[in-house]
Design a protein around this ligand. Structure first.
Ligand SMILES: [Zn+2]
Length: 309
């Protein structure tokens, strides 16, 4: 058992140290085995440029209903030519394979969590486990495996999520990450004035290490919304440009709205709780938060799991 664990940890090191120039590699990252023998295998895609440079890490699907993130990663990968790149981008397109397969948010397959982020749900929520624990619960082992494989020396981390349909889409980062939030270019964004979010969130772990982290909620869940996928795809490429990994400058073709932290949170709470008049379609906030009405949504199709990273 110890030997296997050592092997697996050694495998994680190869992700960051053995990439040849001008390559696009798929790697399978495996967590240390659980006490009952269960482990989780995660897809990883490493795109390495022609010469050394900055490192961008993209994490998607910490929660199983949040499928716009991997769709955006898929699109961005189609646009990346390693020969045009300086530096490296590491993608973890499905950080939570068991939960995306079951279309549930958390371990162990908690079907009922809907915006319940209180402490009682935290042990099952992957985004409360960072930077993880190799000897802990399965979510803690996943967080540890990803963190050690690619995040701890990143120049920027992008964490892709999807809120439910009753909330607005939003990208944010803490003050130190403001240039990255701006470069990301999501139409609705926010800069936090507090040092960290809840303990154990990926953005909190990044903040403690001084790593700029951009979080994006690509509303809604369980469906692939092309507008969100396109915003996410462009955002990934924008961050790469901002870091000098890709040539050129970030592109911001849409109007952008910086939303005050307190205003956005209260509006989201109102939307979730009662859909009050101030948030109905056509109101000022709704117009500002959703200037681009959805044109098409396709419900989650399991064949999406066959996408080749
Ligand atoms: Zn999430």
């Amino acid at each position: 058992m110890r030997f296997r664990s050592t092997l697996e940890r050694r495998n994680t090191v190869t992700i960051t140290s053995n990439s040849a120039p001008c390559t696009k590699r798929r790697i399978t990252l495996r967590t240390p085995g659980y006490v009952d023998g269960v482990s989780v295998e995660l897809p990883v895609v490493v795109v390495t440029g022609a010469s050394p440079g900055k490192k961008l890490v993209v994490v998607a699907t910490q929660h199983g209903r949040e499928v716009n993130g991997p769709a955006a990663v898929y699109r961005a990968l189609q646009n990346l030519n390693p020969e045009e790149m300086t530096g490296e981008i590491i993608f973890f397109p499905v950080a939570n394979p068991p939960c995306i397969r079951m279309q549930v948010q958390d371990f162990p397959m908690d079907r009922n969590r809907a915006l319940k982020t209180g402490p009682e749900h935290n042990p099952m929520n992957l985004n409360r486990q960072w930077p993880g624990d190799p000897d802990g619960s399965l979510p803690q082992r996943i967080a540890h495996a990803i963190w050690n494989a690619g995040l701890q020396d990143a120049d920027c981390v992008l964490d892709l999520h999807c809120w439910g349909a009753t909330t607005t889409a939003l990208a944010w980062g803490q003050q130190e990450a403001e240039p990255f939030v701006t470069a990301f270019g999501f139409p609705w964004f926010q800069v936090h004035d507090r040092k960290a979010a809840q303990p154990g969130m990926l953005e909190s772990a990044c903040a403690e290490q001084g790593i700029p982290c951009v979080v994006c909620e690509m509303t809604p869940q369980n469906v692939v919304a092309p507008e969100m996928v396109e915003h996410g795809r462009r955002g990934i490429l924008n961050l790469a440009s901002h870091l000098g990994i890709l040539p050129g400058s970030p592109e911001h073709p849409h109007p952008r709205y910086q939303i005050d932290q307190g205003t956005a949170i209260s509006a989201v709470q109102r939307l979730v709780s009662s859909m009050t008049a101030t948030c109905q379609s056509g109101s000022g906030f709704h117009a500002a938060a959703n200037p681009l009405p959805p044109t098409h949504e396709s419900y989650f199709d399991p064949s999406m799991l066959k996408m080749k990273w």
